[in-house]
Design a protein around this ligand. Structure first.
Ligand code: PLP
Length: 375
């Protein structure tokens, strides 16, 4: 099995599994005052300090959540701004959430590489008298493109607003420093870089007027009620020992892209010349639908994905590619290959053999320009 879908979820690291199994033997509730409770509290706080140190923030700014989706929801539901500004390529946990608010929502466009239009952002910011709330992701899950967040933050602050940043895809792949980014709220998640699923955090500085969404026991500095998921938080902590990606991943990715371009010079590699995550490639195989590519690779034991969302049995075009101005036909031939901490040269060689086999087979079949696998 060759797993190249680490942006969907990465493979859990062995030391994370061990830490979780050990944590499952713990008895106490971190809110209890007896020794079992204190032990559990101490272990949760150890991870809080570790995450704070990784991101360069104060430990009591860390609010553990059930993952990136919940952290994004807390950031957006806990504020009452005059308007929301979001980039048009945000994750659905942002885009769907803002639709549920009563105030105006504006989606800020991106260019052909998926980089946010700073002029449009400035225009929108200038159009409001009262502060607006802006949310822009650090790295995109489909293209891997890294946004100029510091420039976004400077603009947002010039107009007196707040900036939330979804760094779910960035942590574990590139350096994430809260103060260097200049943001006001930051979302992270454990399962994108070798930690467990179902745990993440929102960073909430003490001067940010955020209201909790989950009320009850007052856990997490009164920002998120509910007994902490101790094994998951401890697993998150174990993964944080590897919060930066091995440089060899980028050369594996870059060599793979060179080979793809040799095999198929007409293939498009999206956002190849802008700042991208070191592990992500978003590539077209001209004339071959992503469904055909994914199924054919799967038959060879290789896991990749497309950028398209599948809901109620219907595959929709990627909103990210649409926002980048890519036509539907090209978007339909795009797959995402995302490498991870355990990806080897042999994995990439195996992928390339399988990809080339499909490319040559369909090229020979399609003497004309007919696409394979399109309905
Ligand atoms: N934000 C981004 C950019 C993501 O890629 C994801 C997951 O795919 C999420 C948020 C949601 O994170 P989680 O799966 O931890 O809820």
């Amino acid at each position: 099995m060759i797993y190249l879908d680490h942006n969907a979820t990465s493979v859990m690291r062995p030391e994370v599994k061990e830490a979780i199994i050990e944590a499952m033997n713990l008895v106490g509730n971190p809110s209890s005052v007896h020794r079992f409770g204190k032990k559990a509290r101490g272990l949760v706080d150890e991870v809080r300090y570790k995450l704070a140190d990784t991101l360069g923030v104060k430990p009591d700014w860390v609010v553990f959540t059930s993952g990136g989706t919940e952290a994004n929801h807390l950031a957006l539901m806990g504020m009452v701004p005059s308007a929301f500004l979001v980039s048009s390529i945000e994750h659905d946990s942002i885009l769907q959430n803002v639709k549920s608010h009563l105030c105006p929502v504006h989606e800020i466009g991106v260019d052909e590489n998926g980089l946010i239009d700073l002029d449009e952002l400035q225009e929108r910011l200038a159009g409001y008298d009262a502060p607006v709330f802006t949310s822009v992701m650090l790295a995109n899950n489909e293209t891997g493109v890294v946004q100029p967040i510091k420039e976004v933050a400077d603009l947002v602050h010039k107009y007196g607003g707040y900036l939330h940043c979804d760094a779910v895809q960035a942590l574990g792949k590139i350096r994430v420093d809260f103060h260097q980014l200049g943001v006001d709220l930051l979302t992270v998640s454990a399962h994108k870089f070798g930690g467990p699923k179902g745990v993440g955090a929102l960073i909430v500085p003490d001067n940010i007027p955020l209201q909790p969404v989950l009320l009850g026991g007052g856990q997490e500095n009164k920002m998120r009620a509910g007994t902490e998921n101790i094994p998951a938080i401890i697993g998150f902590g174990a993964a944080l020992g590897h919060a930066s990606m091995d440089l060899s991943i980028q050369s594996l990715r870059d060599d793979m892209e060179k080979m793809i371009q040799e095999i198929s010079p007409e293939s498009i590699i999206f956002a190849q010349n802008v700042d991208r995550l070191p592990n992500t490639s978003y590539i077209t195989m001209p004339g071959v639908s992503h469904e055909t590519q994914i199924m054919s690779l799967d038959l060879d034991g290789i896991a990749v994905s497309s950028g398209s969302a599948c809901s109620s049995g219907k595959v929709a075009m990627s909103h990210v590619l649409r926002a980048m101005g890519i036509d539907e036909k090209t978007a339909e031939t795009t797959i995402r290959i995302s490498l991870g901490w355990n990806t080897t040269q042999e994995d990439i060689d195996g992928f390339l053999i399988s990809w080339k086999k499909l490319f040559e087979r369909t090229r020979d079949l399609n003497k004309g320009n007919q696409a394979v696998g399109f309905a």
